[in-house]
Design a protein around this ligand. Sequence first.
Ligand code: F0G
Length: 407
Amino acid sequence: MHHELECIGCHAHYPSTGNCYSCPHCGDLLEITYDFNALKESVTLSSWKLRPLSVWKYEQLLPIEEASTRITLGEGGTTLHRASRLGQAIGLGKLNVKNEGENPTGSFKDRGMTVGVSRAVEVNSKKVICASTGNTSASLAAYAAKAGLECIVVIPAGKIAQGKLVQAIAHGARVIQIEGYFDDALRSVLALAKSNPKLYLLNSVNPYRIEGQKTIAYEVWDQLEGSVPDTVIVPVGNAGNLSAIWKGFHDLNQIGLTSTMPRMIGIQARGASPITEAFKSGRLEITPVKRPETVATAIKIGSPASWKKALLAVRESGGLMEEVTDDEILDAQKLLARLEGVFVEPASAASIAGAKKLTDLGIIGSDESVTCVVTGHGLKDPEIVCEMFEKPRTVKQSELEQVVSVL
Ligand code: F0G
């Protein structure tokens, strides 16, 4: 679909040419805009009804012109679970869980990468790069492999979960570990992409990635048969995804498919929660956390690149930011796995932990319809379960009957 880039700060407009990740005028982040009046005419529910749920179902609202350049592994179309057992346990009567772990590489990043890597192909890039806490690198490596592009991923040494590292290696990415944190890795790849235009950057500062991820909102609306939840809760790290989901609801509103909008709640892990801190103290800017610490390695980020977009989304929607502790995250991971059969990695469980905390505090009402987005599969990070959950018992064969009889 024809589109332009707009700066979120000074609102300057730019044509969609070349690699551009920030406003040449003021340096703020860019987002993609469409002619919504034209879309009102062309997007009809009847044209969507017959197509199966997937990112590309909504191609009319995506910024890729040519279907032939599309790089897809079958992303999107994830289950929205009616989580009644979990809801009962935490005091919510209408709780749904959108399981993004069902995507091809096991996280929501695939929605962004199918669009972002298609764009890289469209602009003739041969080499893609990202910094990552793990999932972005796993996803980019897979989509680059599918597209036949060279892929470089830069990760903080010793700080990403094993499952994600092996994905990037298996898909043939050049994996470079650097000392320091994700924030240092992101700063380095931003500088590299700036000095070398042949490198196509696929972190969420790239607005094409956000376009793919916004389809989470479209799918939730679709799965709720054309209505939106009162509240949507999302784990927040670099803050691209919360901004993307809000943009998705915004699009639906702009083209007249919904008149109501959810409030957006972002959940960070305590120890890595600069946006929550800024929100709670009413400040307009974040103060980066120098040494972020949390068991949820995917969101162990001290200086989120899209903090401004996320704060705007939360404030515009009448939502809020909250933080949860590592213990709350691990409890939520266990609850979701044991009450709903949905196994997610710790960062993903932050949205569930946030739902519980805010319901306990009375900030979310028991009769509100709430959708928690869980962002990545539990198998990404098996070490944490081995470390923190019960260990299996070893018994002699001859003792088995007796042991089982008392379980
Ligand atoms: N959940 C998971 C499982 C993630 O991997 C991430 C981010 C988030 C939540 C937060 O999303 O950054 O858009 O606010 N992972 C990135 C990565 C940073 O490199 O894989 P966000």
